[in-house]
Design a protein. Structure first.
Length: 93
């Protein structure tokens, strides 16, 4: 059951995109759980941070990184695969 190299590349890209989406969902889930707890503890007064707006620095900063994760590694997963394929093919030739 031999397939063509193009078919292999297509299936590999689909698998890579699916893996990156799973990792992104894990990252997003951890982000939501940690930041809900973080903000809840701050609102209850268990943790005191001054100035009070600093409570939102961590969720905002991490949220930017979650967006970057999505943008480059989920949305751009197929193009990253193509870049790797081109690098490998150039070394073979």
């Amino acid at each position: 059951m031999a397939g063509t190299i193009e078919e292999y590349k297509r299936v590999f890209r689909e698998a890579t995109v699916a893996d990156q989406m799973k990792l992104f969902k894990l990252h997003l889930g951890i982000y939501l759980v940690v930041n809900v707890i973080w903000i809840a503890l701050n609102m209850m007064g268990s943790i005191r941070i001054d100035p009070s707006l600093a409570v939102y620095y961590s969720p905002f900063g991490w949220g930017v990184l979650v967006v970057v994760h999505y943008w480059f590694y989920v949305r751009g997963a197929e193009s990253l695969c193509k870049l790797r394929e081109d690098m490998v093919e150039s070394k073979i030739k």
